[in-house]
Design a protein around this ligand. Structure first.
Ligand code: 5GP
Ligand code: MN
Length: 339
C-alpha cells in the first residue's frame, strides 16, 4: 500500500536531524499554507530545521495563521530562497504535484537533485520525482493528509498551532464542509483538532469575516452585473477585467470564493470565474456531481485540479479567453445536462 510505504520511508528520513525546505503552490490558499505550516511544525518537533517557501504572497486573511510570518516569499527574496533550497537535505512539496505549479520556484526546483517528498491531493500526479509520496485524491485536503501524518507519529505532537493550521486547510478546501468531504475520517480528524485548537468559531471568523467593503461590493457587482447564466449548459460565467478589479481596489484574495456562489442556483452544474491578471487570464472552475472541471481545465486551459474544483491560465486577452470558453462548452453540453 502506498500509504504504508510512505510512512516507512518518512520514518527513515526523519530518523536523523535534517534541513527541510517545504514548498507549496503559487497563489497559495488556506490548504497550501495550512498544510505547509502544520508539517513544518511537526518536523521541528521531531528535531529538524525547516523553512517554508512560496512563489508569491498569500492573502491577508491567512496572515494571522500560526507561523505564517516566517514563510519566505520567492518573489520578494529569491537569493535567500535559492540558498535555502541549495542547503536543504530534503525538499517537501505540499498541495501541488507538478513543478510548474510552484510558480517562480519552478526552475530552481526542476534543477534540484535533492531528495523530494510529496504530500498532495490533486489528480494525476507524476510520482517519479519523489523518494516517497502521500498522494490521495479521496481526501478533503493536503492538510487532512498532514494531520494523518502527524497522528502517525503520535497525538502528543498536536498543539494549538498545528491544530489551527490543519483546521484552516480543511475548512477552506471544503468550503466549510460544504463539499470535498468524501469520508467520515475527515470529521473525525477535525474533532481531534478541535480539542487542541483554541476556538473553531474564532478560526472561521479569522478566515471568512475579514472582507473590506470593496471586496464585498466586488462580490455583489460580480453576481448582479457580470454573471452570465447559460441555461443551455447549466453553466455560469463571471468575468472581471483589470479595470473592474482596480475599480474595487483589488487586493490579492479578493476574488476568492466568488466562483462558488453561482452554484447555489439549483440547476447550475458548472461555474467559471475569469479574471484578467498581469499579462495572463486566470480561470477558476467549480462543478457539482460527476462533471469533471479537472478534465476541462487540463484539456483547454493549461490547468487542472480536482473533479469539482480546478484552475487554469491562458496567455491571451480576456475576450479570447471568453471566446474559447464559449467554443468548448458544446462539447460538454450532454455531460453538463446529465448531472
Ligand atoms: P482555484 O480556482 O481556487 O484557483 O483552484 C481550484 C483548485 O484547482 C485548487 O485545488 C488548485 O490547487 C487547483 N488548481 C488551480 N489552478 C491550477 C492549475 O493551473 N493546474 C493544476 N494542476 N491545478 C490547479
Ligand atoms: Mn488543497
Amino acid at each position: 500500500m502506498q500509504r504504508d510505504s510512505f510512512f516507512l520511508t518518512l520514518d527513515e528520513v526523519v530518523r536523523t536531524p535534517k534541513r527541510f525546505a517545504l514548498i507549496t503552490h503559487v497563489n497559495p490558499d488556506g490548504d497550501a499554507i495550512g498544510s505547509s505550516l502544520a508539517f513544518s511544525q511537526l518536523l521541528r518537533k521531531l528535531g529538524h530545521e525547516t523553512e517554508v517557501i512560496v512563489s508569491n504572497d498569500f492573502p491577508g486573511f491567512l496572515a494571522w495563521m500560526p507561523g505564517a510570518s516566517d514563510i519566505h516569499i520567492y518573489e520578494k527574496n529569491a537569493p535567500l530562497c535559492d540558498k535555502i533550497l541549495d542547503q536543504a537535505d530534503c525538499v517537501v512539496l505540499l498541495d501541488f504535484n507538478q513543478f510548474s505549479r510552484s510558480g517562480l520556484v519552478q526552475d530552481k526546483l526542476s534543477g534540484l537533485k535533492t531528495s523530494k517528498i510529496l504530500i498532495d491531493h490533486h489528480r494525476e500526479p507524476n510520482l517519479d520525482n519523489f523518494i516517497c509520496a502521500l498522494s490521495e485524491t479521496q481526501v478533503s485536503s493536503t492538510s487532512e493528509l498532514v494531520a494523518e501524518t502527524i497522528l502517525h507519529f503520535g497525538e502528543q505532537y498536536l498543539d494549538a498551532s498545528i491544530a489551527t493550521n490543519v483546521l484552516v486547510g480543511i475548512v477552506t478546501d471544503t468550503g466549510s464542509f460544504a463539499h470535498s468531504v468524501f469520508r467520515p475520517e475527515t470529521f473525525a480528524l477535525c474533532a481531534k483538532m478541535i480539542k487542541y485548537a483554541p476556538s473553531y468559531t474564532q478560526i472561521h471568523q479569522l478566515v471568512y469575516d475579514t472582507f473590506s467593503e470593496d471586496r464585498l461590493r466586488l462580490l455583489g457587482y460580480s453576481i448582479s452585473n457580470k454573471m452570465e447564466v447559460l441555461d443551455d449548459y447549466a453553466t455560469t460565467i463571471i468575468s472581471l477585467t483589470k479595470e473592474e478589479l482596480a475599480r474595487f481596489n483589488y487586493q490579492p484574495g479578493d476574488t476568492e470564493g466568488v466562483v462558488n456562489y453561482p452554484l447555489s442556483m439549483k440547476k447550475m452544474v458548472m461555474s467559471v470565474l475569469v479574471t484578467e491578471r498581469q499579462g495572463v487570464v486566470r480561470l477558476s472552475f467549480r462543478s457539482k456531481g460527476n462533471f469533471s472541471v479537472h478534465e476541462l481545465a487540463q484539456k483547454f486551459f493549461n490547468g487542472g485540479g480536482h473533479t469539482n474544483a480546478a484552475g487554469g491560465t491562458l496567455t491571451c486577452s480576456m475576450d479570447e479567453a471568453l471566446n474559447l470558453l464559449h467554443r468548448v462548452l458544446p462539447e460538454y453540453r450532454e455531460k453538463l445536462l446529465q448531472q
